[in-house]
Design a protein around this ligand. Structure first.
Ligand code: ATP
Ligand code: MG
Length: 370
Protein backbone atom coordinates (compact mmCIF):
# COMPACT_ATOMS: atom_id res chain seq x y z
CA UNK A 1 0.00 0.00 0.00
CA UNK A 2 1.28 3.45 -0.78
CA UNK A 3 1.99 5.43 2.37
CA UNK A 4 0.54 8.65 0.90
CA UNK A 5 -2.86 8.08 2.39
CA UNK A 6 -1.38 8.73 5.85
CA UNK A 7 -0.90 12.40 5.06
CA UNK A 8 -4.59 12.70 4.13
CA UNK A 9 -5.54 12.29 7.74
CA UNK A 10 -4.82 15.40 9.68
CA UNK A 11 -3.77 13.53 12.82
CA UNK A 12 -0.78 13.90 15.08
CA UNK A 13 -0.10 10.18 15.17
CA UNK A 14 2.08 7.96 13.04
CA UNK A 15 0.02 6.58 10.10
CA UNK A 16 1.34 3.11 10.95
CA UNK A 17 -0.12 3.37 14.47
CA UNK A 18 -3.44 4.41 13.03
CA UNK A 19 -3.35 1.54 10.55
CA UNK A 20 -3.06 -0.98 13.39
CA UNK A 21 -6.61 -0.18 14.41
CA UNK A 22 -8.03 -1.11 10.99
CA UNK A 23 -9.54 -4.55 10.37
CA UNK A 24 -8.68 -6.35 7.17
CA UNK A 25 -11.45 -7.75 4.97
CA UNK A 26 -11.80 -9.05 1.45
CA UNK A 27 -14.27 -8.10 -1.23
CA UNK A 28 -14.36 -9.84 -4.62
CA UNK A 29 -10.78 -10.98 -4.09
CA UNK A 30 -9.47 -7.56 -3.14
CA UNK A 31 -8.10 -6.77 0.29
CA UNK A 32 -9.29 -3.63 2.03
CA UNK A 33 -9.25 -2.25 5.55
CA UNK A 34 -11.80 -0.51 7.69
CA UNK A 35 -11.98 1.20 11.05
CA UNK A 36 -14.83 -0.19 13.18
CA UNK A 37 -14.45 2.40 15.93
CA UNK A 38 -13.46 6.04 15.92
CA UNK A 39 -9.69 6.50 16.49
CA UNK A 40 -7.55 9.63 16.72
CA UNK A 41 -10.50 11.69 15.48
CA UNK A 42 -10.92 9.56 12.35
CA UNK A 43 -14.56 8.60 11.95
CA UNK A 44 -15.77 5.09 12.54
CA UNK A 45 -16.36 3.40 9.20
CA UNK A 46 -13.41 4.94 7.39
CA UNK A 47 -12.13 2.45 4.80
CA UNK A 48 -8.96 2.04 2.75
CA UNK A 49 -9.40 0.31 -0.59
CA UNK A 50 -5.97 0.07 -2.20
CA UNK A 51 -4.77 3.60 -1.59
CA UNK A 52 -8.22 5.17 -1.85
CA UNK A 53 -9.56 6.56 1.41
CA UNK A 54 -13.32 6.50 2.02
CA UNK A 55 -14.16 8.55 5.09
CA UNK A 56 -16.78 7.43 7.60
CA UNK A 57 -20.11 9.22 7.90
CA UNK A 58 -19.89 11.51 10.94
CA UNK A 59 -21.90 10.90 14.07
CA UNK A 60 -24.47 13.64 14.72
CA UNK A 61 -25.80 15.10 17.97
CA UNK A 62 -29.39 14.71 19.06
CA UNK A 63 -31.63 17.41 20.51
CA UNK A 64 -33.81 16.49 23.48
CA UNK A 65 -35.44 19.93 23.60
CA UNK A 66 -35.76 21.43 20.12
CA UNK A 67 -35.99 25.15 20.76
CA UNK A 68 -32.81 25.77 22.80
CA UNK A 69 -30.85 23.13 20.88
CA UNK A 70 -31.61 24.81 17.55
CA UNK A 71 -30.73 28.19 18.99
CA UNK A 72 -27.40 26.89 20.35
CA UNK A 73 -26.43 24.86 17.29
CA UNK A 74 -27.22 27.22 14.40
CA UNK A 75 -26.43 30.85 13.74
CA UNK A 76 -27.57 30.92 10.12
CA UNK A 77 -30.18 29.32 7.83
CA UNK A 78 -31.34 25.82 8.75
CA UNK A 79 -32.45 23.18 6.25
CA UNK A 80 -34.96 20.63 7.53
CA UNK A 81 -35.09 17.12 6.09
CA UNK A 82 -36.80 13.90 6.92
CA UNK A 83 -34.75 11.42 8.93
CA UNK A 84 -35.36 7.99 7.46
CA UNK A 85 -35.02 4.83 9.49
CA UNK A 86 -32.98 2.27 7.64
CA UNK A 87 -29.23 1.84 7.55
CA UNK A 88 -26.48 4.21 6.57
CA UNK A 89 -24.75 3.40 3.29
CA UNK A 90 -21.95 5.24 1.49
CA UNK A 91 -21.52 4.56 -2.19
CA UNK A 92 -18.22 5.30 -3.90
CA UNK A 93 -16.94 4.37 -7.35
CA UNK A 94 -13.47 2.90 -7.12
CA UNK A 95 -11.66 1.57 -10.22
CA UNK A 96 -14.95 1.62 -12.08
CA UNK A 97 -16.89 -0.40 -9.49
CA UNK A 98 -19.67 0.90 -7.30
CA UNK A 99 -18.99 -0.18 -3.73
CA UNK A 100 -21.46 0.13 -0.85
CA UNK A 101 -19.99 0.65 2.62
CA UNK A 102 -22.00 0.10 5.80
CA UNK A 103 -21.63 2.38 8.80
CA UNK A 104 -18.61 0.46 10.09
CA UNK A 105 -16.85 0.58 6.72
CA UNK A 106 -17.61 -2.98 5.71
CA UNK A 107 -18.25 -3.44 1.98
CA UNK A 108 -21.51 -5.33 2.16
CA UNK A 109 -21.96 -7.75 -0.76
CA UNK A 110 -25.74 -7.64 -0.50
CA UNK A 111 -25.97 -3.86 -0.31
CA UNK A 112 -23.42 -3.43 -3.09
CA UNK A 113 -25.54 -5.60 -5.38
CA UNK A 114 -28.76 -3.81 -4.40
CA UNK A 115 -27.19 -0.43 -4.99
CA UNK A 116 -25.87 -1.55 -8.39
CA UNK A 117 -29.41 -2.59 -9.32
CA UNK A 118 -31.18 0.43 -7.79
CA UNK A 119 -28.91 3.29 -8.73
CA UNK A 120 -28.18 4.71 -12.09
CA UNK A 121 -25.18 6.66 -10.84
CA UNK A 122 -22.72 6.35 -13.73
CA UNK A 123 -23.34 9.90 -14.97
CA UNK A 124 -23.01 11.27 -11.45
CA UNK A 125 -19.68 9.51 -10.86
CA UNK A 126 -18.38 10.42 -14.33
CA UNK A 127 -18.80 14.08 -13.35
CA UNK A 128 -17.94 13.69 -9.64
CA UNK A 129 -15.48 10.78 -9.38
CA UNK A 130 -14.12 11.82 -5.98
CA UNK A 131 -17.46 12.26 -4.26
CA UNK A 132 -19.45 9.62 -2.42
CA UNK A 133 -23.21 9.34 -2.07
CA UNK A 134 -24.34 9.02 1.53
CA UNK A 135 -27.85 7.72 1.97
CA UNK A 136 -30.25 5.56 3.89
CA UNK A 137 -31.14 2.13 2.60
CA UNK A 138 -34.73 1.52 3.63
CA UNK A 139 -37.52 -0.89 2.97
CA UNK A 140 -38.67 -4.26 4.17
CA UNK A 141 -36.18 -6.43 2.29
CA UNK A 142 -32.80 -5.86 3.86
CA UNK A 143 -30.64 -7.84 6.25
CA UNK A 144 -30.19 -5.16 8.95
CA UNK A 145 -33.32 -3.19 9.83
CA UNK A 146 -37.03 -3.74 9.50
CA UNK A 147 -38.87 -0.43 9.49
CA UNK A 148 -41.70 -0.41 6.93
CA UNK A 149 -42.40 2.48 4.58
CA UNK A 150 -45.66 2.20 2.66
CA UNK A 151 -44.09 3.69 -0.48
CA UNK A 152 -41.31 1.10 -0.66
CA UNK A 153 -41.97 -2.44 -1.76
CA UNK A 154 -38.50 -3.96 -1.63
CA UNK A 155 -35.68 -1.51 -0.91
CA UNK A 156 -34.91 2.10 -1.75
CA UNK A 157 -31.80 4.26 -1.43
CA UNK A 158 -32.35 7.90 -0.48
CA UNK A 159 -29.43 10.31 -0.61
CA UNK A 160 -28.96 12.68 2.35
CA UNK A 161 -25.38 13.72 1.75
CA UNK A 162 -22.73 14.03 -0.92
CA UNK A 163 -19.27 14.11 0.62
CA UNK A 164 -15.75 14.20 -0.76
CA UNK A 165 -14.65 10.66 -0.09
CA UNK A 166 -11.11 11.47 1.06
CA UNK A 167 -11.66 14.64 3.08
CA UNK A 168 -15.25 13.97 4.13
CA UNK A 169 -16.19 17.57 3.23
CA UNK A 170 -19.93 17.77 2.53
CA UNK A 171 -21.53 19.48 -0.45
CA UNK A 172 -23.91 22.30 0.57
CA UNK A 173 -27.58 21.35 0.90
CA UNK A 174 -28.93 23.30 -2.12
CA UNK A 175 -26.22 22.00 -4.42
CA UNK A 176 -26.71 18.45 -3.21
CA UNK A 177 -30.46 18.62 -3.90
CA UNK A 178 -29.71 20.05 -7.32
CA UNK A 179 -27.21 17.25 -8.07
CA UNK A 180 -29.75 14.61 -7.01
CA UNK A 181 -32.39 16.14 -9.30
CA UNK A 182 -29.96 16.45 -12.21
CA UNK A 183 -28.75 12.86 -12.00
CA UNK A 184 -32.10 11.29 -11.09
CA UNK A 185 -31.03 10.15 -7.63
CA UNK A 186 -33.73 9.79 -4.96
CA UNK A 187 -33.28 12.19 -2.08
CA UNK A 188 -34.70 12.32 1.45
CA UNK A 189 -37.62 14.78 1.69
CA UNK A 190 -36.50 18.36 2.08
CA UNK A 191 -38.96 20.61 3.93
CA UNK A 192 -37.34 23.95 3.26
CA UNK A 193 -34.72 26.27 4.71
CA UNK A 194 -35.56 28.58 7.59
CA UNK A 195 -34.07 31.09 9.99
CA UNK A 196 -33.21 29.36 13.27
CA UNK A 197 -36.26 30.97 14.93
CA UNK A 198 -38.64 29.83 12.18
CA UNK A 199 -37.00 26.39 12.07
CA UNK A 200 -38.29 25.63 15.58
CA UNK A 201 -41.96 25.85 14.56
CA UNK A 202 -41.32 24.24 11.20
CA UNK A 203 -39.59 21.28 12.86
CA UNK A 204 -42.38 20.91 15.42
CA UNK A 205 -45.03 20.83 12.71
CA UNK A 206 -43.10 18.24 10.76
CA UNK A 207 -42.59 16.14 13.85
CA UNK A 208 -46.35 16.11 14.52
CA UNK A 209 -47.04 14.98 11.01
CA UNK A 210 -44.27 12.36 10.94
CA UNK A 211 -45.33 11.08 14.35
CA UNK A 212 -48.91 10.62 13.14
CA UNK A 213 -47.56 8.61 10.21
CA UNK A 214 -45.28 6.45 12.38
CA UNK A 215 -42.10 7.87 10.83
CA UNK A 216 -38.78 8.52 12.54
CA UNK A 217 -38.01 12.23 12.68
CA UNK A 218 -36.07 15.14 11.23
CA UNK A 219 -32.47 16.16 10.66
CA UNK A 220 -31.69 19.89 10.70
CA UNK A 221 -28.60 21.02 8.82
CA UNK A 222 -26.63 24.18 8.25
CA UNK A 223 -26.76 25.05 4.55
CA UNK A 224 -23.09 24.12 4.07
CA UNK A 225 -23.96 20.62 5.31
CA UNK A 226 -21.29 20.76 8.04
CA UNK A 227 -23.53 20.91 11.11
CA UNK A 228 -26.43 18.53 11.73
CA UNK A 229 -28.88 17.91 14.54
CA UNK A 230 -31.40 15.08 14.85
CA UNK A 231 -34.72 14.93 16.65
CA UNK A 232 -37.15 12.02 16.70
CA UNK A 233 -40.85 11.26 17.11
CA UNK A 234 -42.64 9.57 19.96
CA UNK A 235 -43.76 6.93 17.46
CA UNK A 236 -40.18 5.87 16.82
CA UNK A 237 -39.29 5.89 20.53
CA UNK A 238 -42.09 3.40 21.10
CA UNK A 239 -41.14 1.36 18.03
CA UNK A 240 -37.52 1.21 19.25
CA UNK A 241 -38.67 0.06 22.68
CA UNK A 242 -40.94 -2.58 21.19
CA UNK A 243 -38.05 -3.87 19.16
CA UNK A 244 -35.66 -3.79 22.12
CA UNK A 245 -38.06 -5.54 24.49
CA UNK A 246 -38.79 -8.26 21.98
CA UNK A 247 -35.17 -9.18 22.75
CA UNK A 248 -34.92 -7.84 26.28
CA UNK A 249 -31.65 -9.46 27.37
CA UNK A 250 -29.92 -8.38 24.15
CA UNK A 251 -31.14 -4.79 23.82
CA UNK A 252 -33.49 -3.84 26.64
CA UNK A 253 -31.13 -2.10 29.03
CA UNK A 254 -29.34 0.11 26.51
CA UNK A 255 -32.57 1.30 24.95
CA UNK A 256 -34.88 1.97 27.80
CA UNK A 257 -33.24 4.89 29.61
CA UNK A 258 -32.52 6.92 26.48
CA UNK A 259 -36.02 6.51 25.02
CA UNK A 260 -37.77 7.23 28.30
CA UNK A 261 -35.80 10.48 28.66
CA UNK A 262 -36.53 11.52 25.05
CA UNK A 263 -40.22 11.05 25.83
CA UNK A 264 -39.97 12.96 29.11
CA UNK A 265 -38.25 16.01 27.58
CA UNK A 266 -40.65 15.95 24.65
CA UNK A 267 -43.66 15.99 26.99
CA UNK A 268 -42.19 18.95 28.89
CA UNK A 269 -41.31 20.96 25.79
CA UNK A 270 -44.82 20.46 24.46
CA UNK A 271 -46.32 21.59 27.77
CA UNK A 272 -48.49 18.48 27.93
CA UNK A 273 -51.45 18.25 30.30
CA UNK A 274 -51.58 15.53 32.97
CA UNK A 275 -54.00 13.61 30.74
CA UNK A 276 -51.63 13.78 27.76
CA UNK A 277 -48.71 12.66 29.94
CA UNK A 278 -50.77 9.75 31.23
CA UNK A 279 -51.60 8.69 27.69
CA UNK A 280 -47.92 8.90 26.75
CA UNK A 281 -46.99 6.87 29.83
CA UNK A 282 -49.47 4.14 29.01
CA UNK A 283 -48.29 3.85 25.43
CA UNK A 284 -44.68 3.74 26.63
CA UNK A 285 -45.43 1.04 29.18
CA UNK A 286 -47.19 -1.08 26.60
CA UNK A 287 -44.29 -0.70 24.20
CA UNK A 288 -42.02 -2.18 26.88
CA UNK A 289 -44.03 -4.86 28.59
CA UNK A 290 -46.10 -6.43 25.83
CA UNK A 291 -43.22 -7.54 23.59
CA UNK A 292 -41.29 -8.87 26.60
CA UNK A 293 -44.27 -11.00 27.65
CA UNK A 294 -44.67 -12.23 24.07
CA UNK A 295 -40.99 -13.19 23.87
CA UNK A 296 -41.04 -15.14 27.14
CA UNK A 297 -44.02 -17.09 25.80
CA UNK A 298 -42.20 -17.73 22.52
CA UNK A 299 -39.15 -19.14 24.33
CA UNK A 300 -41.45 -21.19 26.55
CA UNK A 301 -42.92 -22.81 23.43
CA UNK A 302 -39.39 -23.61 22.23
CA UNK A 303 -39.62 -21.30 19.19
CA UNK A 304 -36.65 -19.20 17.99
CA UNK A 305 -36.34 -15.58 19.11
CA UNK A 306 -34.33 -12.92 17.29
CA UNK A 307 -34.43 -10.43 14.47
CA UNK A 308 -36.12 -11.73 11.35
CA UNK A 309 -35.29 -10.40 7.88
CA UNK A 310 -36.13 -11.31 4.31
CA UNK A 311 -33.63 -10.82 1.50
CA UNK A 312 -33.71 -11.71 -2.18
CA UNK A 313 -31.04 -11.85 -4.82
CA UNK A 314 -28.52 -13.84 -6.75
CA UNK A 315 -27.97 -17.18 -4.89
CA UNK A 316 -24.22 -16.48 -4.63
CA UNK A 317 -24.82 -13.09 -2.99
CA UNK A 318 -27.24 -14.61 -0.50
CA UNK A 319 -24.66 -17.31 0.34
CA UNK A 320 -22.00 -14.64 0.88
CA UNK A 321 -24.29 -12.68 3.16
CA UNK A 322 -25.15 -15.71 5.30
CA UNK A 323 -21.47 -16.69 5.56
CA UNK A 324 -20.60 -13.16 6.59
CA UNK A 325 -23.14 -13.25 9.42
CA UNK A 326 -22.00 -16.71 10.54
CA UNK A 327 -18.36 -15.60 10.54
CA UNK A 328 -19.41 -12.81 12.89
CA UNK A 329 -20.62 -15.48 15.30
CA UNK A 330 -24.33 -15.05 14.61
CA UNK A 331 -26.53 -18.10 14.85
CA UNK A 332 -29.08 -18.06 12.03
CA UNK A 333 -32.40 -19.84 11.83
CA UNK A 334 -33.72 -20.12 8.27
CA UNK A 335 -37.49 -19.69 8.21
CA UNK A 336 -38.04 -19.84 4.46
CA UNK A 337 -35.78 -20.59 1.52
CA UNK A 338 -37.23 -20.41 -1.99
CA UNK A 339 -36.13 -19.81 -5.52
CA UNK A 340 -38.17 -17.31 -7.50
CA UNK A 341 -36.97 -17.18 -11.11
CA UNK A 342 -33.19 -16.87 -10.83
CA UNK A 343 -33.36 -15.30 -7.39
CA UNK A 344 -33.13 -16.87 -3.99
CA UNK A 345 -35.54 -15.49 -1.40
CA UNK A 346 -34.83 -16.30 2.21
CA UNK A 347 -36.32 -15.31 5.51
CA UNK A 348 -33.96 -15.82 8.41
CA UNK A 349 -33.74 -15.03 12.09
CA UNK A 350 -30.55 -13.78 13.72
CA UNK A 351 -30.94 -15.72 16.95
CA UNK A 352 -30.81 -13.54 20.05
CA UNK A 353 -28.72 -15.88 22.17
CA UNK A 354 -28.76 -13.92 25.44
CA UNK A 355 -32.50 -13.51 25.36
CA UNK A 356 -33.06 -17.17 24.51
CA UNK A 357 -30.62 -18.52 27.10
CA UNK A 358 -31.49 -16.19 29.99
CA UNK A 359 -35.22 -16.54 29.40
CA UNK A 360 -34.90 -20.33 29.43
CA UNK A 361 -32.84 -20.18 32.58
CA UNK A 362 -35.50 -18.21 34.48
CA UNK A 363 -38.35 -20.27 33.05
CA UNK A 364 -36.60 -23.36 34.41
CA UNK A 365 -36.39 -21.83 37.88
CA UNK A 366 -33.05 -20.04 37.65
CA UNK A 367 -32.67 -17.31 40.22
CA UNK A 368 -31.02 -13.91 40.28
CA UNK A 369 -29.26 -11.95 43.03
CA UNK A 370 -30.92 -8.57 42.97
P1 ATP B 1 -24.82 8.48 15.40
O1 ATP B 1 -25.20 9.64 14.55
O2 ATP B 1 -24.41 8.93 16.77
O3 ATP B 1 -23.80 7.59 14.78
P2 ATP B 1 -26.73 6.30 15.05
O4 ATP B 1 -25.80 5.52 14.23
O5 ATP B 1 -27.45 5.62 16.16
O6 ATP B 1 -26.11 7.63 15.65
P3 ATP B 1 -29.12 7.56 14.09
O7 ATP B 1 -29.56 7.88 15.48
O8 ATP B 1 -30.01 6.77 13.24
O9 ATP B 1 -27.72 6.86 14.02
O10 ATP B 1 -28.85 8.98 13.40
C1 ATP B 1 -27.91 9.26 12.43
C2 ATP B 1 -28.19 8.52 11.13
O11 ATP B 1 -29.44 8.91 10.55
C3 ATP B 1 -27.22 8.81 10.00
O12 ATP B 1 -26.03 8.10 10.15
C4 ATP B 1 -28.01 8.34 8.79
O13 ATP B 1 -27.80 6.96 8.56
C5 ATP B 1 -29.45 8.50 9.20
N1 ATP B 1 -30.22 9.50 8.42
C6 ATP B 1 -31.48 9.31 7.96
N2 ATP B 1 -31.94 10.39 7.33
C7 ATP B 1 -30.94 11.32 7.36
C8 ATP B 1 -30.80 12.65 6.88
N3 ATP B 1 -31.79 13.28 6.25
N4 ATP B 1 -29.62 13.27 7.08
C9 ATP B 1 -28.61 12.67 7.72
N5 ATP B 1 -28.68 11.42 8.22
C10 ATP B 1 -29.83 10.75 8.06
MG1 MG C 1 -30.86 5.27 12.13
Amino acid sequence: MSSDWGSLFDVDTDPEDLLEHFDTEWFRGQRYRHLSDERHGIERGTALVGDVVVRGYPSMPRALVLEPAIRKTFDGPVAIEEKLNGYNVRVARIDGDLLAFTRSGFICPYTTRKVEALLDAEAFFDDHPEQMLCGELVGPENPYTDHDYSEIEEVGFYVFGIHHRESGTPMGVERRLDRCATYGLDSVDHYGTFTPAAAVDAARERIDDLNARGREGVVLKSTDGETALKYTTSAIHRADLEHAFELPFDYGRDFVFTRVMREAFQAVERGESPAAVRERAQALGEAILRPAVETIRTVDRGDPVGETHTVRGDPKIIDDLLSYFREQGLELHIERDETVGDQRVITFTKIAQSTRDKTRYYLEGGTIDE
